[in-house]
Design a protein around this ligand. Structure first.
Ligand code: ADP
Ligand code: ASP
Ligand code: MG
Length: 413
């Protein structure tokens, strides 16, 4: 007998039929003697529909009211799933985020979980109930409803699993595990049996939205056994593990992530003097804009070019700030581009394999894809390229690193 937290995403509860299928799966686990806490998302498309409704009234709706609105999506699914479970003779009880006492900070739209009171849940579990908890939401100290950011039901699932010391947190979705890259973009993408937390964290933060970044952080921090599985087909899914595979044949690259979330800004012809980077970036951070990649060119004639990337949502704001900075520093010009994509290769095996970055650059060069910016860490290499070559680049890298072949081991390009 195990205590399982099972999280079902939007597509998995996207219709009454899908909700009934989830109830069947929960019943099966219950009959095997497991205790089950279910976390559900809103029905697929519902959160987007609610956002559109709000925006039809006001371009930038009040953040508190937005959370009141968005939390309703998950409230629908907890009630419907509880009914479907009761229909099967199970004792079930729905909980909203505040009823389960998920206390968050007050950062509406991106709240962080501070504590979870497990007393009521533990006594309900002891009495044999299936708990059905609304994902993506909590409440601050004052009782205001908060939400955890898009994809936040994953984090609710992992946080509950940590608080209840569950045996496993199972993330049920519309693919049967974590793949070497998004299987909707590369047909030959391969399901991974295991992936380390470190790799999953990089994959998630570089664009693989199969798990919300915070859920992976949380699972790593609290050592929650985490598995991604399909709610449509049976299977083992992908286990997110702490044990780095010691196998020497481990491939250098485990996966490829990509996103179109960034924009690039360049300030040309700024004086190359001490303090110039801070003069450019301080106003950007004062405007609450996060910077990702930064490159400063070699100085020519005492001036240099300075390039950085920001989230695409901050593109307009960052452009305005940079134009002001350009005036203040008497820079030559500001060049901006929001038609870029970031493509990244990720793998703990990179630590022990040389030449991975150059293999990546060769594979891109073979497709005549120009690299605009590069950034590396111990277990990833990211490049910025023209958005229109993103899918081509992902496919080229997937095949160059032989990711479709589980036995490829160390790959040469
Ligand atoms: P849910 O609604 O269940 O939370 P999401 O849409 O958030 O589901 O996440 C599942 C999707 O993640 C898949 O449909 C797939 O297109 C995408 N995805 C991106 N990268 C990967 C990857 N490396 N492995 C598996 N799925 C991925
Ligand atoms: N319903 C929310 C969203 O669409 C949370 C989630 O699905 O995890 O982002
Ligand atoms: Mg999701």
């Amino acid at each position: 007998m195990a205590l399982l937290v099972q999280k079902y995403g939007g597509t998995s509860v996207g219709s009454v039929e899908r909700i009934e299928a989830v109830a069947d799966r929960v019943l099966k686990h219950k009959q095997q003697g497991d205790d089950i806490v279910v976390v559900v998302s809103a029905m697929s498309g519902e959160t987007n529909r609610l956002i559109e409704l709000a925006k039809s009234i006001q371009a930038t709706p009040d953040a508190r009211e937005m959370d009141v609105l968005l939390s309703t999506g998950e409230q629908v699914t907890i009630a419907l799933l509880s009914m479907a479970l009761m229909k099967r003779g199970l004792s079930a009880k729905s909980y909203t985020g505040s009823q389960v006492r998920i206390t968050t900070d007050d950062a509406h739209g991106k709240a962080r979980i501070e504590k979870i009171d497990t007393d009521a849940m533990e006594s309900d579990l002891a009495s044999g109930k299936v708990l059905v908890v609304a994902g993506f939401q909590g409440a601050d100290e004052l009782g205001n409803i908060t939400t955890l950011g898009r994809g936040g039901s994953d984090t609710t699932g992992v946080a509950l699993a940590a608080a209840l010391k569950a045996d496993e947190c199972q993330i049920y979705t519309d693919v049967d595990g974590v793949y070497t890259t998004d299987p909707r973009v590369v047909d030959s993408a391969r399901r991974l049996e295991k992936i380390t937390f470190e790799e999953m964290l990089e994959m998630a933060s570089l664009g693989s939205k199969v798990l919300q970044i915070r859920s992976v952080e949380f699972a790593g921090k609290y050592q929650v056994p985490l598995r991604v599985l399909s709610s449509f087909v049976e299977g083992e899914g992908t286990l997110i593990t702490t044990d780095g595979d010691q196998n020497m044949e481990q491939p250098a690259v485990s996966g490829i992530a990509f996103n179109r979330d960034e924009a690039k800004l360049t300030l040309k012809g700024v004086p190359d003097i001490p303090g110039v980077a801070s003069k450019i970036l301080a106003p950007v951070s004062d405007a609450n804009i996060e910077v990702d990649m930064i490159v400063q060119n070699v100085s020519v004639d005492g001036t240099t070019d300075f390039t950085f990337t920001v989230h695409r949502n901050d593109y307009d704001k960052a452009t305005a700030v940079l134009k002001q900075v350009a005036d203040d520093l008497s820079a030559k010009e500001v060049i901006t581009d929001d038609k870029i994509a970031k493509v990244s290769i990720v793998g703990v095996g990179m630590r022990s394999h040389a030449g991975v970055a150059s293999s990546m650059f060769t594979a891109l060069a073979n497709e005549s894809i120009n690299i605009q910016l590069i950034s590396t860490s111990e277990i990833k290499v990211s490049v910025i390229i023209d958005e229109k070559y993103m899918e081509l680049a992902v496919r080229a890298l997937h095949s160059a690193f032989k990711l479709n072949d589980p036995d490829a081991g160390i790959s040469e390009v």
